[in-house]
Design a protein. Structure first.
Length: 78
């Protein structure tokens, strides 16, 4: 059985499709920070990966889309 992302996880992952290097946002389109639980769940499933440490905000988890995550949310793939 394949695990599928929730609507929130899918929306977060899809935002990385249009960003350089697949960078995933920390904030949604309304300026609200994405839940750390959402981010960590996607990392645990291999859909996203930590990218780099933010020296100004060490508690922020900056991630990028993995190839597996990209295949999951890219239109026309699955």
């Amino acid at each position: 059985m394949t695990t599928r992302p929730s609507a929130t996880q899918r929306a977060w992952l899809a935002r990385g499709l249009e960003q350089p290097g697949g960078k995933l946002p920390l904030f949604d389109e309304h300026g609200q920070r994405y839940s750390e639980r959402t981010i960590r769940a996607c990392v645990a499933k291999g859909w996203a990966e930590p990218w780099f440490d933010n020296p100004l905000k060490p508690d922020w988890l900056v991630c990028r889309l993995t190839e597996r995550g990209r295949r999951l949310v890219e239109p026309g793939t699955r």
